[in-house]
Design a protein around this ligand. Structure first.
Ligand SMILES: [Zn+2]
Ligand SMILES: [Zn+2]
Length: 167
C-alpha cells in the first residue's frame, strides 16, 4: 500500500480516537488539558496529558503494525501529521478558501473545535474532530464551517453562571 493510503487510514482512526476523547468522561478529562489553552499558537498541539499522548501513539502504532506500515514509513507519517497539526494551531486567519478547507483541516476549522460551547458540546460532543482531513467530519456530520471567532478554552474556565471560573 502506498504512503497516501496509510495516511488516510491512520487519519480515519485518529478521527475516531479524537471523537472518543470528547465522548467519554475520563478520556475527556485527559484531553481537556489540550483544550484548556486559551491562546492558540504553533506549539498548542504539543500540550497534551502524557498518558493521553501515550495512548494515542500506542493506538496509531498498533493500527500501523496491523496494516503493515514499515517503521521507516511510520516515522515520516508521524512527522507529516504532527507538522500539519502544528500549523492548524497557529493564531491567524489564513484563508484556505472553500475548496482547500474541505481537503485539509485549516486553522479556522480547528479553531472552531477549540471554541468554548462548540468544540465539545451538543449531541456529537463537539465538532471538527478531523486531524488532517475534514472528510470524516463531513461524512459523519460533525463538521462546522462557521468562521465566527469565539473564545477558545473549556467551559470550566468561564465565570458563573456559565462555568466555574477554573483556570
Ligand atoms: Zn479535541
Ligand atoms: Zn487542538
Amino acid at each position: 500500500m502506498s504512503f497516501l493510503i496509510y495516511l488516510v487510514v491512520l487519519d480515519f482512526a485518529a478521527y475516531w480516537y479524537h471523537r472518543w476523547q470528547h465522548r467519554f468522561g475520563v478520556w475527556w478529562e485527559l484531553h481537556a488539558v489540550h483544550h484548556s489553552q486559551q491562546q492558540m499558537s504553533f506549539w498548542c498541539d504539543d500540550r497534551n496529558y502524557f498518558i493521553d499522548d501515550f495512548l494515542n501513539a500506542a493506538f496509531l502504532a498498533a493500527i500501523s503494525l496491523f496494516i503493515g506500515v514499515q517503521p521507516s514509513q511510520f516515522v515520516v507519517l508521524v512527522a507529516v501529521s504532527n507538522s500539519v497539526q502544528n500549523v492548524q494551531h497557529i493564531n491567524v486567519r489564513l484563508p484556505f478558501g472553500p475548496v482547500l478547507e474541505r481537503i485539509i483541516v485549516s486553522p479556522l476549522f480547528h479553531r472552531r473545535h477549540h471554541a468554548i460551547g462548540y468544540g465539545h458540546e451538543g449531541t456529537r460532543y463537539g465538532c471538527n474532530f478531523g486531524v488532517l482531513f475534514p472528510w470524516w467530519d463531513m461524512l459523519f456530520r460533525s463538521a462546522s464551517w462557521n468562521k465566527k471567532m469565539e473564545p477558545t478554552g473549556i467551559r470550566d474556565q468561564l465565570t458563573a453562571p456559565e462555568g466555574e471560573g477554573r483556570e
